[in-house]
Design a protein around this ligand. Structure first.
Ligand code: SF4
Length: 147
């Protein structure tokens, strides 16, 4: 399984915190699933902490197709870093033969059912989640921080 690194205890959130989800950790352990932790935004070269970001001018698929952008709250275009993170996640899946990913909801990278666009929470995937789904990976959204 590919797993958003912040869901299994890495302090890689934009604000330097974690979304550790003990329910998910126990489930993976019970099913003897090996979690491969991955943070697309760190992989794309954005440090931690980093400014919050949001999709602008379309959805995550439009970002993948170069028709929309991911921008920081100060307006900087972070699309290349988000795209590099998404491609990195897909590479890791291909390298390890991974067919399923547990990803953190609401992130502009990892969100599955919800993400941030134009500074608001909206239905739709983040950039990494959209690319993995396009590649046929089973992406599952996890809210995080359950005990
Ligand atoms: S939600 Fe995704 S991009 Fe954000 S910190 Fe977690 S793993 Fe990294």
């Amino acid at each position: 399984m590919l797993v958003s690194a912040c869901l299994i205890g890495r302090y890689c959130r934009y604000d330097g915190r974690t979304n550790e989800d003990r329910v998910l950790e126990r489930e993976l352990e019970r099913e003897h699933q090996r979690a491969v932790p991955f943070c697309p935004e760190e992989h794309g070269g954005l440090g931690t902490p980093r400014p919050p970001a949001s999709i602008h001018g379309g959805d995550a698929h439009a970002v993948l197709d170069g028709r929309a952008q991911v921008r920081s709250d100060s307006g900087a275009d972070l699309s290349p870093a988000f795209l590099a993170g998404a491609r990195g996640a897909l590479e890791v899946c291909r390298e390890h033969g991974i067919r399923r990913a547990y990803l953190k909801e609401r992130s502009p990278s990892c969100g599955v059912r919800n993400t941030h666009a134009d500074g608001e929470l909206v239905p739709g995937p983040g950039v990494t989640s959209a690319l993995l789904a396009r590649a046929g990976i089973d992406v599952r959204g996890i809210e995080g921080r359950r005990d």
